[in-house]
Design a protein around this ligand. Structure first.
Ligand code: ATP
Length: 477
């Protein structure tokens, strides 16, 4: 088995990126070969202390043999990886070389940055990954999972060891890829120059890519908004097209790039049909709408869902058009909701929604006519009979005719706009293309309820419902 090098918590919102550090690690260990793709592993997106997308990196090293494939370009030289390899022993010297890179590049000035590395001779149990992508893991638990497997090195409070160890424990059941391009250091912090038209062209030209352009907000989402070294990242299912997709962009030329295997877009973070909706987890629940949707101050839309318990499901203001889908729900509708559980008030912050069945919504177009004189009758109270004002005849309320109101919503999946999706959320483009053999998914088509009902939105808000959650929903690259 190759050596597993995990790294986490080196960057800050003010600069750097752990994936850039990965390119520096490849440079720093020229005597070792990469085995398989470099890995970018996203972990529980609901942990309170993440600064951006809760991403950690795992690089696997050994002495490669057999065919090699290109996974990057660093210093104008191709970076190669091998599928087959001969093992090498983890050594203190290697751990020192890695530590030197971490010390050179980590943002120690940020109080939230607590770097750590693990250098392991084997991958720990995958259970650590599944716990870390779905739950809160204590540092002691992560350390216990890697005990005896190799070296660890921590800086400051060393919390990064949780993500670093969990990244090495990932054994993909599902995977996607991301090519990440980096800028020349002289350009860090300056505006990124990538033509929007080229970004819009990615989906049609490279159909296996996803989450490129937010049509609703009319903006590219492949570029981060922080002053970090990343120029852009293109995600997709087929790693072989991603370098071409990157070259197709034109504009600012990257200084280097690296192609990562990732768990982004896999829904790995979602606990399906849990016993309870526990805070700081993401869940998938199916239930019945038990009240009218209401729009609360701030523009957020809330609808109560009866499942094992009654839980408010919320589409926050930044989810824009997606809120119209939630507004169009009615009592009795059957839905599947995927979202993050918020502690106070206990509610589900929607990541995706499937309308499974629509209840009939009846409305009374007019009062009944008088059987004796034909005049339209009047209502005499909410529970009282109808009465004819001309001749005094009465008719019970059950005599009123009701018609089925056409629903401004169709059965199918709906999701937030590209710009407010979580890294781990499986986009419908991917979910429907794969036609997963999961009840309620196969063969479903995403529907637009009407031209004015666009799909999209989201909200991962830790603020009171009335506050603006925009700052909290962004999971930058
Ligand atoms: P990035 O900038 O790479 O996208 P981030 O800045 O949002 O990510 P990190 O810098 O990776 O987040 O910091 C997240 C911290 O949380 C790390 O210290 C990591 O070890 C820790 N962590 C990750 N997952 C869990 C978890 N499930 N439980 C507890 N701690 C976690």
């Amino acid at each position: 088995m190759p050596l597993h090098l995990g790294v986490d918590d080196t960057d800050s919102v003010r600069g750097m990126c752990t994936t850039y550090l990965a390119t520096e690690l490849v440079r720093a260990l020229p005597e070792l070969d990469l085995v398989g793709f470099p890995r970018l592993v996203r972990l529980n997106p609901n942990i309170p202390w993440k600064t951006r997308g809760n991403g950690a990196v795992c690089l696997r090293f050994a002495r490669g043999h057999g065919p090699r494939f290109q996974v990057g370009d660093i210093d104008g030289q191709p970076a190669w990886a091998y599928r087959r390899s001969k093992p090498v022993e983890a050594s203190g010297a290697m751990a020192e070389a890695v530590s030197a890179v971490v010390e050179r590049w980590s943002r120690f000035d940020d109080p939230m940055t607590n770097p750590a590395i693990v250098l392991l001779s084997a991958s720990p149990s995958p259970g650590l990954y599944w716990r870390a992508v779905r739950e809160i893991v204590a540092k002691g638990e992560a350390l216990a999972a890697i005990e005896g497997l190799g070296f660890t090195r921590e800086w400051k409070n060393g919390r990064g060891v949780i993500g670093a160890a969990a990244a090495t424990a990932w054994r993909p059941r599902d995977r996607t890829y991301e090519v990440i391009a980096y800028r020349h250091p002289s350009r860090w912090g300056t505006p990124r120059e990538i033509p929007a038209t080229a970004v819009r062209g990615l989906d049609p030209r490279f159909p296996s890519t996803f989450n490129n352009y937010d049509e609703e907000a009319d903006r590219s989402v492949i570029t981060p908004r922080t002053p970090c070294p990343v120029l852009c990242g293109i995600r997709g299912d087929d790693p072989s097209v991603l370098p071409d997709a990157l070259r197709s962009l034109g504009g600012e030329l990257p200084e280097r790039w690296l192609l990562f295997e990732t768990n982004q877009g896999t829904d790995d973070h979602v606990v399906r049909n849990p016993r309870a909706a526990r805070p700081w987890t993401s869940v998938e629940i199916a239930g019945t709408v038990v009240g009218e949707p209401r729009t609360i101050p701030g523009g957020h839309v809330v609808v109560p869902l009866r499942w094992r318990q009654t839980l408010d499901v919320v589409a926050y203001e930044p989810s824009k058009g997606f809120r119209n889908i939630v507004r169009a729900l009615a009592p009795g509708d059957a839905v599947r909701a995927i979202g993050a559980v918020r502690e106070v008030p206990r509610s589900l912050n929607l990541e995706k929604l499937e309308v499974l069945g629509l209840a009939p919504v009846l409305e009374k177009p007019e009062n009944p006519s008088c059987m004796r004189c034909g005049k339209r009758m009047k209502s005499t109270g909410a529970a009282a009979p109808f009465r004819c004002l001309r001749c005094g005849t009465r008719r019970p309320r059950s005599d009123a005719a009701f018609v089925r109101r056409p629903r401004a919503l169709a059965v199918g999946w709906y999701e937030p706009p590209v710009g407010s999706r979580r890294h781990l959320s499986m986009p419908l483009k991917r979910l429907l293309r794969r036609g997963r053999e999961r009840k309620g998914v196969v063969g479903r088509t995403p529907n637009r309820a009407s031209p004015s009902f666009s799909r999209g939105a989201d909200s991962f808000c830790l603020l009171p419902l009335s506050a603006n959650p925009r700052a909290d929903i962004k999971e930058d690259l």
